[in-house]
Ligand binder design. Structure first.
Ligand code: ADP
Ligand code: MG
Length: 300
């Protein structure tokens, strides 16, 4: 099959693994920098161009970076209009990027979540803080990644100042119950095609509560409980994602989902779990690419 990995950086571990794995399975694989692609928006014949070349693939594997959501998802959408199979649809990628929208959809599906609030006006900060059970609490940028934009506030006063500061900058934030019992650990479940194919536990470095690898977190192998598996699969489905990295915390009230990533990295998870995750993504492509593009059914 002719397969494109939409990625800005061919040097990234995840991109390289996808190339290597695809070539190993006999596919014709190319890395396409979607930011260099341009589109002809004409009636009847949508097309994607790279330099003077008109691109055509049997399938695309989008790896859209956080800072390029708008243009990246537009390119994915253009491929969808051409009937190209994509591992994740443009709509699903866009919705996963927005933490509030994601939590709303997960809540609609009845999935366990940390108690979370959001407000537009800082006049309501007191009520918002009460809503999540007071301090300590977490304040999160709606569009943050890699742990940047996730702040722990030990006291109500600290929370009030942080919220006021973010809002002053016109940033939208979530206020969230701090799950202390997670003890700086979170769980990543890698879901492909409705199954958890690999998982890991990440543990924050000493003195840090964020378990992100980019924040110095360490990954280890973990066996998920049946409940954690089930919630991960349901979370990916509620978001309309075929390939997803579901992040969970072990709370006193059972597993809670904190976010669902549409372009989850492969490095930490493959090393920690020993699973060929790239291969699992190709199995999904091989099984489905011939059937044309699917249709997003989430409706939000
Ligand atoms: P990002 O998109 O930046 O990774 P997350 O929402 O995943 O943002 O938060 C980053 C990390 O912070 C998580 O992996 C987890 O370790 C920690 N964390 C996030 N939310 C909470 C919470 N409500 N309680 C305790 N720890 C949290
Ligand atoms: Mg995260």
């Amino acid at each position: 099959m002719k397969i494109a990995i939409l990625s800005r950086n061919p040097e990234l571990y995840s991109t390289q693994r996808l190339v290597e794995s695809g070539l190993g399975r006999g596919h014709d694989v190319r890395v396409i920098d979607y930011a260099r692609c341009y589109m002809g928006i004409k009636s009847h014949r949508p097309m994607v161009q790279l330099a003077r070349e008109t691109l055509e693939f049997d399938a695309i594997i989008p790896r859209v970076g956080a800072s390029e959501t708008f243009y990246g998802t537009a390119i994915v959408r253009q491929f969808e209009m051409m009937g190209t199979f994509t591992t994740n649809e443009s709509q699903a990628i866009a919705r996963a990027r927005d933490k509030l929208r994601s939590l709303q959809l997960l809540s609609r599906a009845g999935i366990g979540l940390p108690v979370t609030g959001m407000a537009h006006s800082t006049k309501d900060v007191d009520g918002l803080i009460d809503l999540v059970g007071g301090a300590p609490l977490i304040v999160k940028l709606v569009e943050g990644t890699q742990g940047i934009g996730v702040v722990k506030c030990e006291t109500r006063e600290a929370a009030e100042s942080v919220i006021a500061a973010f809002r002053q900058l016109n940033a939208f934030i979530l206020v969230q119950e701090f799950i202390a019992e997670a003890k700086g650990c979170d769980i990543r479940a890698f879901v492909v095609d409705g199954k958890v194919v690999a998982s890991m536990m990440r543990e924050a470095k000493p003195g840090e509560f964020r378990a992100n690898i980019h924040r110095g977190g360490k990954a280890t192998k973990i066996k998920l409980t049946p409940e954690e598996r089930a919630i991960s699969v349901r979370a990916a489905k509620a978001m309309g994602l075929n390939v997803a990295g579901v992040d969970l915390l072990r709370s006193n009230h059972g597993p809670v989902v904190i976010e669902v990533n549409a372009s989850p990295g492969l490095e930490g998870i493959e090393a920690a779990s020993g699973v060929d995750v790239a291969g699992k993504i190709y199995e999904f492509v091989e099984k489905n690419a011939g059937r044309g593009s699917s249709r997003d059914k989430i409706g939000a």
